[in-house]
Design a protein around this ligand. Structure first.
Ligand SMILES: [Zn+2]
Length: 213
């Protein structure tokens, strides 16, 4: 199983300000990112776990879920996590016009602004979709898309012990942006085991920096 996709190496020629595949390479710092929340069943446990270990992360949120679970978004901001934009509907971007794609981001930016006061947020498309038109438009508007350098593959629904063993055998490295999902307990269950081990080994976990007003 390849947790370090080749495609990301090709994407590295793009400037970090447009498309980021790795976080700031501070010594020992990894960047956990969670897509597809907030989810009333799973997010509270994840937030409890992160708080217990003093870990800050980045949440790529789906706009219509933000509308339904505002209390979870408020808690993310209060707890010191970064909230970011994972579209409004989470429908496939391949089937959309550029205007529809940008509308998806605009709606969720407006929703998130109510929580963190920021007009713009880091972007991540559903399924990590990228196309030349979208990249060009983001470059023109100085928007920042966040990809990942380490894919936990949690969406393949691995069995708990296998999942823990795989992450333990090849853990995220300094500067890695780690892709996980907040729509099941899979990541939380694995991190409950691994975070204490990784912290003892000197790994630090931070939210990606905000992008300013
Ligand atoms: Zn997603």
């Amino acid at each position: 199983m390849n947790m370090r996709p080749h495609k990301q190496r090709l994407l590295r020629w793009l400037p970090d300000s447009l498309l980021q595949t790795r976080g700031p390479s501070l010594d020992g710092v990894r960047y956990l990112t969670f897509d597809d929340g907030p989810d009333p069943q799973h997010t509270p446990r994840l937030l409890d776990l992160l708080a217990e270990h003093g870990v800050h992360a980045s949440f790529f949120l789906v706009g219509h879920r933000v509308e339904h679970h505002p209390e979870l978004v408020a808690r993310m901001v209060r707890d010191g996590h970064l909230v970011a934009n994972h579209s409004y509907s989470h429908r496939a971007f391949q089937a959309m016009t550029l205007r529809q794609q940008m509308d998806e981001f605009a709606r969720t930016d407006a929703l998130l602004q109510a929580f963190d006061g920021q007009a713009r947020h880091r972007l991540r498309t559903p399924q990590g979709h990228l196309d030349a038109r979208l990249l060009l438009q983001c470059a023109r508007q100085s928007r920042n898309i966040v990809y990942w350098s380490y894919d936990s593959l949690d969406y393949q629904k691995p069995e708990h012990h296998d999942f823990v063993a795989r992450l333990r055998a090849d853990p995220p490295r300094s500067g890695d942006i780690v892709l996980m999902h907040d729509d099941s307990d899979r990541a939380t269950d694995a991190l409950a085991v691994l975070l204490p081990e990784w912290q003892r080994a000197g790994h630090q976990f931070r939210a990606l920096p905000g992008i300013g007003p």
